[in-house]
Design a protein around this ligand. Sequence first.
Ligand code: BEZ
Length: 254
Amino acid sequence: MTQRWNPDTYSEHARFVSDLGAPVVDLLDPQPGERVLDLGCGDGALTERLQKAGCDVVAIDSSPEQVWAALQRRLDARVINAVELPFDAEFDAVFSNAALHWIRDADRLLRGVWTALKPGGRFVAELGGAGCVASIREAFTTALGKRNIDSGTVDPWYFPTAEQYQARLEACGFSVDSIQQFPRPTPLAGDVIHWLEVFAQSFLNAVPASDRTPLLQEVRVQLKPRLCNADGVWVIDYVRLRFAARRQAAIRDC
Ligand code: BEZ
């Protein structure tokens, strides 16, 4: 297990993830009575918005801790791995915010989403796009390289271009209504160390526990000139990929 989610830490240092998810909810345009799957629901903050819009929502996440937090909001939340979806043609829409870049086997995920949707059902999502957190990846490549560790072997993220993801969607039986890739520099309320502790565990766990604080400090020093502005605010180099697609007649080539 290389990535664990602690709902309290997540709420304190990563609340911006769901706060910035409003545009993807708008793109979904949830309608009362629709049955929606929220894939990678985290602590359920956006699931709650879909439920308030009148949808009948099933929320899934692979983290038992996050699902527990979502259950506290009285949501139908279940611990399910996104590449093992057990649903068959039952959803009007599948929604996902800031989860798909954690899933390296995108074709397997897309086959499961296709199968979970009713024919013509919508798949609306946002994930990290090509170049997302490039400075953080580079800093870990350098710092782990000094320790003879190839950061590529522990990098948990998949950040495709719009062209790459559109091709995958189409090969897996979706038509794409819209897809956009855009930078979204994201200011943090606190120090980058907290961001690294929440999101970059896979890199940190590549070294012995005794070396984690030195590794964190080394990465922070590398990142400071690129990500910390003159006011002392850390601004993460996020890139987003946002799309709306629909299930078409048959899975083709994935
Ligand atoms: C995100 O939640 O959007 C995210 C997490 C880790 C790296 C990049 C993006």
